[in-house]
Design a protein around this ligand. Structure first.
Ligand SMILES: *Cc1c(COP(=O)(O)O)cnc(C)c1O
Length: 357
């Protein structure tokens, strides 16, 4: 039996995608070989990469002057790739709204004058700073944000309008909501939350920004080199790219990002409405900044939190333990989490409340 898996990442993939992959595992696209065995230079695999790129362009309305590449090393590798591709003046501004945003900032400092221009650390990252008052500096190479803060359950509902190109880590909300790619210089995302198994990272970057990486930039981190080689500069993570393409096909069948966004708002609404009506459960994030992907919550005590996580798992609702930095619970409800999974969670929460008041 499949559980409802609320893990923050790697996370649930759509069951129909996994079934399709299972069916094709021994014989991919009529090659008589598994996609895990096939050469990445095989035409059938090249078609998968091209189709994946094409679907991303279509679903996210990526303009032609942006590159779309699949790379390795996770989102964390991009914390370094961003300065190594962009830091020509040696200055960049960072908004520190969570753990990953902070890691990106710390990595940026290795390569130049990275400055934290706004932070929400004073209140355990439970809000997004007021964008109108952020003291952006003049003459910087870029401004870095983390669009959705996976651990703390916040997200930007609007993005800052900056003079310098805006760079966004969208690992935990890529393809979950509509965005205007033109607002960004660079978008990157580890795939293991909303797109694919771990092992592949998506980068979308304006070509005019990506054409001139710093001399010290390792070849593998050069976005333009990856682009010129159509994500096949070296052996790519074939299986995750294949699954990503299946997930993207499914997104298109569902009606694209707009339709999926509506479902995601609906799912998150079920959970937040229940929590807000309850005097037993609490979510401490400023309401307007609440993530629709990651929903942290607590019961009245740490003991009950632990009991909740344990009993939920016995009921088939797994990986609800909050991140160690926050405690409590966290329900990650990415694209692949069905509405029924969220309903099952709320039903369990009601039952647990009755039994433990
Ligand atoms: C998961 C996550 C990361 C880290 O991704 P890796 O692929 O493990 O490096 C970075 N940023 C955000 C927002 C994340 O959710």
């Amino acid at each position: 039996m499949r559980t409802y898996n609320f893990s923050a990442g790697p996370s649930m993939l759509p069951t129909d995608v996994l079934e399709e992959a299972q069916r094709d595992l021994l014989n991919f696209a009529g090659t008589g070989m598994s996609v895990t065995e096939i050469s990445h230079r095989n035409k059938a695999f090249e078609e998968i990469v091209n189709e994946g790129e094409g679907l991303l362009r279509e679903l996210l309305h990526v303009p032609d002057d942006y590159l779309v590449i699949f790379v390795q090393g996770g989102a964390s590798q991009q914390f370094a790739a961003v300065p190594l591709n962009l830091m020509h003046k040696g200055r960049a501004d960072y908004l520190v709204t969570g753990n990953f945003a902070k890691k990106a900032y710390e990595e940026g400092k290795i390569y130049g004058d990275a400055c934290c221009v706004a932070s929400s650390q004073d209140k355990t990252y439970s809000y997004i700073p007021d964008l109108a008052t952020v003291p952006f500096r003049e003459d910087t190479d870029y401004v870095h944000i983390c669009a959705n803060n996976t651990i703390f359950g916040t997200r930007y509902t609007q993005f800052p309008k900056t003079k310098a190109p805006l760079v966004a880590d969208m690992s935990s909300d890529i393809l979950s909501r509509e965005i205007d790619v033109n607002q960004f210089g660079v978008i990157y995302a580890g795939a293991q939350k909303n797109l694919a198994p771990a092992g592949v990272t998506l980068v979308i970057a304006k070509r005019s920004l990506a054409h001139d990486p710093l001399p010290a930039c390792p070849t593998m981190l050069k976005w333009n080199v990856q682009d010129e080689n159509k994500s096949l500069y070296n052996t790519p993570p074939c299986f995750p790219i294949y699954i990503a393409t299946l997930v993207l096909r499914r997104l298109k069948r569902l009606g694209g990002i707009k339709a999926v966004n509506e479902i995601n708002e609906y799912k998150a609404g079920i959970l937040y409405d229940f929590i807000d009506d309850s005097s037993f459960y609490r979510n401490d994030v400023v309401k307007k900044d609440r993530s629709i992907m990651n929903v942290p919550f607590v019961t009245p005590s740490a003991e009950l939190d632990a009991k909740f996580v344990k009993e939920a798992a016995q009921a088939g609702l797994v990986s609800l333990k909050g991140h160690r930095l926050v405690g409590g619970m966290r329900a990650s409800i990415y694209n692949a989490m069905p509405v029924e999974g969220v309903r099952a969670l709320v039903d369990f929460m009601k039952k647990f409340e009755r039994e433990n008041q």
